[in-house]
Write a protein that binds this ligand. Structure first.
Ligand SMILES: Nc1ncnc2c1ncn2[C@@H]1O[C@H](COP(=O)(O)OP(=O)(O)OP(=O)(O)O)[C@@H](O)[C@H]1O
Ligand SMILES: O=c1ccn([C@@H]2O[C@H](COP(=O)(O)O)[C@@H](O)[C@H]2O)c(=O)[nH]1
Length: 246
């Protein structure tokens, strides 16, 4: 529950967490969930919740499985995507547990019903949890193959009337080219949805960007590995890159 008396900059945010952000940064730890990294991520989320901002999370599955890569090696695409969606459920449960350990209440809602382990996605119930100060973790993406958790994040952000969609990932913003593969890449402070689409700045998939553009949902891309960045963003600081219509 909120502990601060100052008014937060955002009433409600949708945080898109990349699955890879839960894996360690060491070369030999790029798969699965690293306990220390998970704790750091949960602490970041906990600070924001305690400052009075409601937080909903959509979590990726790239630390376990990506459907499109697996389908290239022979698994039928739809099946591979269902495996990918189930991978996001594992991450969601881990984040729920990590938050619980630091005293932050959270509920997982899965777009693919898995009744023994999570609630199904029910929009009004999600809103009720958020209004009670609980973190809601949306798992299993959209529940449909051929989509990504970026698109799920855009969809859920619109559905819950979030003030902003925050993409927290390994890179600290949107660059003119992929910074992981280009040392000379230059970061934007602000960029439009159309520029991201036209210049194919692949920090998020095109469907997700278009959905945010069509719903006028502002987005911010920041690094979850940079300590305090999420809290600074929630306090209104211009962290990372802002994506808007103009
Ligand atoms: N122009 C760009 N600016 C910033 N990042 C970019 C750009 N082009 C490509 N990227 C890449 O986009 C990635 C962000 O996507 P990310 O790895 O978080 O994928 P995801 O699908 O959201 O999560 P997951 O790890 O669960 O698959 C960065 O790691 C970065 O390498
Ligand atoms: O709506 C969705 C969301 C995800 N998937 C599959 O899950 C994996 C993991 O998600 P990331 O967004 O890549 O982290 C993704 O590669 C898809 O295979 C999906 O099918 N539908």
């Amino acid at each position: 529950m909120p502990t601060n008396t100052s008014k937060p900059s955002f009433r409600r945010i949708l945080l898109k967490l990349s699955g890879e952000a839960l894996a360690g940064s060491d070369e030999d730890k790029k798969f699965g969930i690293d306990a220390k990294t998970l704790d750091n991520v949960c602490q970041e989320i906990g600070r924001v919740v305690k400052s009075g901002t409601q937080v909903a999370v959509v979590i990726g599955g790239g630390n376990f499985f990506r459907g499109i890569s697996a389908s290239e090696s022979g698994i039928e695409r739809a099946t591979a995507d269902y495996i990918g969606m189930l991978a996001t459920v594992m991450n969601a449960l881990a984040v729920q547990q990590g938050l619980k350990q630091i005293g932050v209440e959270a509920r997982v809602q899965s777009a693919i019903p898995i009744s023994p382990v999570s609630e199904p996605y029910v929009r009004l119930r999600a809103l009720k949890h958020l209004n009670m100060g609980r973190v809601v973790i949306f798992a299993a993406g959209t529940g449909n193959p051929y989509f990504t958790t970026d698109t799920a994040a855009s969809l859920r952000a619109a559905e819950i009337n979030a003030d902003i969609l925050v993409k927290a990932t390994k890179v600290d913003g949107v660059y003119d080219k992929d910074p992981v593969h280009n040392a000379d890449a230059v970061r934007y402070d602000q960029v439009t949805y159309d520029e991201v689409l036209q210049q194919r700045l692949n920090v998020m998939d095109a469907t997700a960007i278009a959905l945010c553009r069509d719903n006028n949902m502002p987005m911010r891309v920041l690094s979850i590995g940079e300590e305090g960045s999420l809290m600074r963003m929630a306090a209104g600081e211009p962290v990372g890159t802002l994506i808007t219509s103009s």
